[in-house]
Design a protein around this ligand. Structure first.
Ligand code: SAM
Length: 338
């Protein structure tokens, strides 16, 4: 057993920011075989058991909470389970952007958070948009298995799947009571069973290709956006009265500020928050004097940002803000925006 403090030498955790949109999963796993996904794996005990039971399948676990990802990783390493990889990411983003169409064989989701308030419907897994994504990403004959203790959530899921005639339920009324016999129990399954709560099991199969494909709503680029400017500017003066800049358009949000200017006025760092669809990032843009009259505005590597449309827009907006305040003009715009 690994002692506390010892490094994880063979981690199963993937850095999703290093993966392509979409990812060729057989390359990540180093072998080509069926690909199964568990969403919201919690402490990882279900993933652990199905991965052991099916050594000839690849398993990808997606979970938002970092402490669970770490815990599952440790258990998988200690048991030398090789056919699992883990991602700390919102399942909406993971499924929409990291998977090619027709690439997933099975999807498991055990006791997903029901988010009972109607204003939180957007957060619920298996809302209409999520089912639309699944339609594109599952293979024909691919299956979705969902366990829940919440009857309202169960009905919500059945209603959403019923809107896609590509999917067929394994059960006449959309669900069965109780989990299948061989289904490994999760932490929540055990908790609810102890309390004698009713459990519901849902199973849907994708019968045919969807008429319309879901396109990843996050536009991603590989190059770091930057802009060159020529002229004179004192950043301290230019940004002395800086107000937050906010722009909302075409599904993106950019909010710029505050700005930290170095006391000599020759360099500055701008903090920004950006949103592309469901991806929110906190990024930094550096303004730097390159020579007597040349300035560079560039996305900084701090936080390893994913270069998206909103990130490129943030860089451009800062360059434009400088150009509007001093005797300086943009000479080269390498943001990749129109
Ligand atoms: C109620 S717990 C169930 C955990 C585990 N499946 C079980 O049955 O014991 C729901 C889990 O889903 C994760 N989760 C919630 N929303 C998610 C999302 N959008 N993407 C990935 N994981 C999510 C949560 O962090 C949490 O660990």
């Amino acid at each position: 057993m690994r002692k506390a403090g010892q490094p994880l030498t063979n981690s199963r955790i993937l850095n999703w920011k290093e993966l392509s949109f979409p990812t060729e999963w057989s390359e990540v796993f180093g072998r080509s075989c069926p690909l199964d996904v568990e969403i919201g794996f919690g402490d990882g005990r279900f993933l652990f058991q199905i991965a052991l039971a099916y050594p000839d399948r690849n398993f990808l676990g997606i979970e938002l909470a970092w402490q669970f990802v770490r815990k599952a990783d440790r258990k998988l390493q200690e048991a030398a389970i090789e056919n699992v990889r883990l991602l700390q990411l919102d399942a909406f983003i993971a499924l929409a952007c990291l998977f090619p169409d027709d690439s997933i064989d099975r999807i498991y989701s055990n006791f997903p958070d029901p988010w009972p308030k109607s204003r939180h419907e957007k957060r619920r897994l298996f809302n209409r948009e999520f089912v639309e994504i699944l339609c594109s990403k599952l293979k024909i004959g691919g299956k979705v298995y969902i366990a829940t203790d919440n009857a309202d959530f169960r009905n919500f899921v059945i209603e959403n799947f019923s809107q896609f005639d590509e999917f067929v339920s394994a059960f006449e009324n959309g669900f069965r009571e109780g989990l299948p016999q061989s289904y490994p129990l999760t932490k929540y399954a055990e908790k609810w069973l102890k309390l004698n709560r009713k459990l519901y099991f849902l199973e849907f199969e994708l019968k045919r290709k969807p008429s319309k494909r879901f396109v990843c709503p996050i536009e991603r680029s590989k190059t770091m956006p930057h802009v060159f400017l020529k002229g004179e500017v004192d950043l301290l003066k230019a940004f002395s009265d800086f107000q937050t800049i906010e722009q909302k358009a075409d599904g993106i949000v950019v909010k710029l500020g505050p700005i930290f200017v170095r006391p000599d006025g020759r360099e500055a760092l701008v903090e920004a928050h950006t949103v592309d669809w469901r991806l929110t990032q906190r990024i930094f843009i550096r303004i730097k004097r390159k020579s007597e009259d040349t300035w560079l505005v560039k996305l900084d590597h701090i936080g390893h940002p994913v270069v998206t449309k909103s990130v490129k827009t943030a860089v451009k907006l800062i360059a434009q803000a400088i150009a509007s305040k001093a005797d300086i003009e943009i000479t080269s715009d390498r943001t990749g925006l129109e």
